[in-house]
Design a binder for this molecule. Structure first.
Ligand code: NAG
Ligand code: NAG
Ligand code: NAG
Length: 319
């Protein structure tokens, strides 16, 4: 009697072990689920948040150093831009990989690259600026003395009467349809109130990050994807358009033929110079940017050829 109980127990135990082993094997065969991380308010519920966040790598001192002259009396947007708005805005995009992709070096490079677009587009560092022309990013938050109201008939995003859609923000937004599109994405009524972008620095950074992270046209990558290497060019991209993943391609995505495929134009060189300067200031060093072919888009055919003649300094593509 006793013996059979023992036999039964042993049999049961081995069955349990067997089934536990089987379960484990099924789990191994199933594709490993992506690890979801939670790192507090900055980045939670995304695979990217296991890595360091932007504020781990980029501190308020770094921000102050990059944009050293933004609060000098000659700057237009004195007191407007600050580190906190940048970090608050970034919290929205870090879970999607903004500044959190690829490990520390790539993360630092992406922060520098994004901010170089911002710095170059908002700089007043021309002429005899002290501290060098690259120290004057975030001097503006809007276009000064616009010559037009940037209104074009649009079915989805018609202009609001009396409202002007001149350039505003960190990577300036122009035209009613771009304000409409970005406002929809951020759930803020920018079509009626484009001025929000010159009143709220967090929103201005969010609009710029949205643009960096979002492909505007079908079959096109985002600036983020071409920069961090998520985008794989086709043969046509490489051989015909001469587009390679890297910094140069971010300018192509954001500005198309307003900047790219035009040879060594000043607008392009200004962005590249800001990028290298920021890499140096952040302690990464400009060598990390790679060869000039990756930085430049001088020979690239545009992702976004501008169709009409009304090519302004629009940073968002025309439809
Ligand atoms: C996190 O960082 C590591 C290196 O530190 C990198 O290899 C990995 O790709 C990063 N994770 C994501 C999701 O980018
Ligand atoms: C600025 O914009 C952010 C992001 O849309 C929003 O959360 C915040 O409430 C705004 N601040 C003000 C003062 O309107
Ligand atoms: C490659 O590019 C050329 C020139 O732009 C175009 O005519 C052709 O259709 C493209 N081929 C493919 C497969 O996309």
């Amino acid at each position: 009697m006793r013996k059979s109980v023992v036999v039964l127990a042993v049999a049961l135990l081995s069955m349990m072990l067997l089934s536990a082993w089987a379960v484990e094997e099924v789990a191994l065969k199933k594709k490993k689920p992506k690890k979801i991380c939670n790192k507090g308010w900055e980045c939670s519920g995304s695979v990217y948040c296991c890595n360091q966040t932007i504020s781990d790598l980029f501190k308020v001192e770094n921000f102050e150093e990059l944009f050293a002259k933004r609060n000098t009396p000659v700057a237009q947007a004195v007191g407007f831009w600050d580190y906190h708005s940048f970090i608050t805005a970034a919290a929205l995009y870090q879970p999607r990989g903004f500044g959190t992709t690829g490990g520390k070096l790539m993360q630092m490079k992406e922060i520098a690259a994004f901010l170089s677009h911002v710095g170059s587009k908002t700089s007043c560092g021309y002429g005899v600026a002290t501290g060098g022309p690259l120290a004057w990013g975030l001097c503006y938050n809007k276009e000064m003395s616009p010559s037009k109201i940037y209104c074009e008939p649009d079915y989805l995003y018609p202009c609001t009467p009396g409202v002007a859609y001149y350039g505003r923000g960190a990577i300036p937004v122009y035209w009613n349809y771009n304000y409409g599109l970005i406002g929809e994405a951020l759930k803020v009524d920018l079509l009626d109130h484009p001025e929000y972008l010159e009143q709220n620095a967090t929103l201005a950074f969010q609009a710029a990050m949205w643009r960096w992270m979002t492909p505007i046209k079908k079959k096109q990558p985002s600036a983020h994807d071409v920069f961090v290497g998520n985008w794989k060019p086709t043969k046509n991209d490489t051989l015909v358009k001469k587009v390679v993943p890297g910094y140069g391609a971010t300018m192509n995505v954001l500005y198309g033929d307003q900047v790219c495929g035009q040879g060594d134009v000043e607008g392009m060189n200004s962005m590249i110079s800001h990028y290298l300067y920021y890499l140096d200031l952040m302690g990464v060093g400009r060598e990390a940017a790679g060869p000039h072919e990756l930085l430049s888009c001088a020979e690239q055919l545009p992702f976004n050829p501008s169709s009409s003649s009304s090519s302004s300094s629009s940073s968002t593509s025309k439809r």
